[in-house]
Design a protein around this ligand. Structure first.
Ligand code: GLN
Length: 288
């Protein structure tokens, strides 16, 4: 490559986009990485497009683009951040990179829950995106008591860092699903969770990137991917207040199976399935 040609911001982007495309990678990674390295907004980028780019920044940019194409490391692991529901969250290899489907789950919760005084738990909080987003959205006009659990101490560290970053009031607990709440006799009105739901024998269908870089415990569950729902539903009876609600993100072929699990435990509950933006079953809402 000729650094003379790519000495401007525009030139660097052009080089990176075609380099990425040549290596079957997403060309949009170029802009995400450059904005991160320069600490720019998109508007900054437009303003500086014809400016020359500092040598050290360019070297860093080229190194990261090459690393991405060689190792397929997700861009979020290079930048250390991902956007979720309009906020930026720290991520690393110990947490699932938040997905847009989960933003739809959060949206659904916000649309439906109308209590002015809410106690809510996010199970398997990972980077903390669900708990922190709900805490921030609700703090504007409600009394919120937000709890979050995770079995991974390393994930909880990331979640706490994100809660600090966003000044979100969330109480974090280490433990398996609802166990820490049961031990402490805590009750909640609302359970929200995007638990691991991929069956081990479906691992072959996942992209290499997901398999290599997202934590295994965030992705896979026994019992054909249903084990986490089973355990949460089983524990939920001891934690949910009267007229409590559960919101789950689910795999697109799991709606019926999850509904059955819920009906076994809560025969009188009202169970509704919602589709994601791609028309796939993605969210289960349970009203006790
Ligand atoms: N709650 C986090 C998220 O939705 C982590 C989910 C998980 O690790 N399965 O991104």
């Amino acid at each position: 490559m000729n650094n003379m040609q790519i000495s401007t911001v525009h030139g660097a982007l052009e080089w990176a986009s075609s380099f990425l495309q040549k290596h079957n990678c997403e060309p949009k990674v170029a802009e995400i990485l450059l904005l991160h390295i320069m600490d720019w907004s998109k508007t900054d980028l437009i303003i500086h497009l014809r400016d020359s780019i500092a040598e050290d920044k360019l070297a860093d940019f080229q190194q990261k683009i090459e690393q991405h194409t060689e190792t397929k490391i997700p861009v979020q692991h290079l930048t250390g951040v991902e956007a979720f529901y309009g906020r930026m969250f720290h991520v690393n290899k110990h947490v699932l990179i938040p997905r847009p489907e989960t933003e739809e789950l959060v949206q659904q919760v916000i649309e439906v829950v109308d209590k002015t005084n809410i106690t809510c738990v996010d199970i398997g909080t990972g980077s903390g995106v669900i708990a922190i987003t709900l805490a921030k959205e609700w703090e504007k006009n409600r009394q919120v008591n937000m709890l979050a659990t995770d079995l991974s101490e390393k994930a909880l560290k990331v979640a706490k860092k994100n809660a600090d970053k966003h000044e979100a009031k969330v109480d974090f607990y280490h433990g398996n699903f609802l166990e820490p709440l049961i031990t402490q006799g805590k009750k909640v009105d609302l359970i929200v969770s995007n638990p691991p739901y991929i069956a081990y024998d479906e691992a072959g269908d996942l992209s290499e990137i997901v398999k290599h870089f997202d934590p295994e415990m965030a992705l896979f569950a026994d019992q054909n991917g249903l084990a986490a729902y089973q355990q949460i539903i089983h524990q939920a009876g001891r934690v949910l207040n009267k007229q409590g609600m559960i919101f789950f993100e689910i795999g697109h072929q799991q709606a019926e199976a999850v509904k059955q699990l819920i009906k076994q435990q809560f025969p009188n509950s009202e169970v509704t399935i919602f589709q994601d933006i791609n028309g796939k079953d993605r969210i289960v809402r349970v009203m006790l």
